[in-house]
Design a protein around this ligand. Structure first.
Ligand SMILES: Cc1ncc(COP(=O)(O)O)c(C=O)c1O
Length: 146
């Protein structure tokens, strides 16, 4: 998806104890990318693996130091908590999958984006119905068509 959008994914190694992104290596990767001067870091996508949220105190601090957006991949951590906050709410936006193998599965494929940003929520609702914008306010996938 990152490449399809014209961006370049830069992978960061994991902490062998948790299998989650290694915060120091994230810092190093950002510095290396900036130094190389070819790419402009935009976002961090930490994956909360096996029900264990990543170290969001450090990741969010790094993101704010570099003016980056954090998109939490909570597909394997739905229902988990990090310092009293639920997985999916630990970054600017959280994504989850409802594929049947996930902690909260549906019949078939499904997913959700979670955010407390009204602007992002409006954009996501628009994208959900082919970029309808505000023109079709109140119209959903279930609304009968003429
Ligand atoms: C951590 C994680 N993120 C994302 C996905 C992708 O989910 P989906 O197949 O619903 O797009 C998976 C599925 O295996 C996953 O384990």
């Amino acid at each position: 998806m990152i490449s399809l959008l014209g961006a370049t994914p830069v992978f960061v190694d994991i902490d062998a104890a948790t299998f989650n992104i290694f915060p120091e290596k994230l810092e190093t990767a950002i510095h290396q990318v900036v130094q190389a001067g070819k790419l402009t870091p935009k976002a961090i996508i930490p994956v909360d693996l096996f029900g264990l949220p990543c170290d969001y105190d450090r990741i969010n601090k790094t993101a704010s130091n570099h003016n980056l957006v954090v998109i939490e991949d909570a597909a394997q951590s739905f229902g988990a908590e990090y310092k009293g906050r639920m997985a999916g709410s630990l970054a600017h936006a959280g994504c989850t999958s409802f594929f049947p193998a996930k902690p909260l599965g549906c019949y078939g494929d499904g997913g959700a984006v979670l955010t407390d940003s009204n602007d992002l929520a409006d954009t996501l609702k628009s994208i959900r119905i082919h970029g309808k914008g505000k023109e079709l306010a109140g119209v959903t996938n279930d609304t009968p068509r003429p």
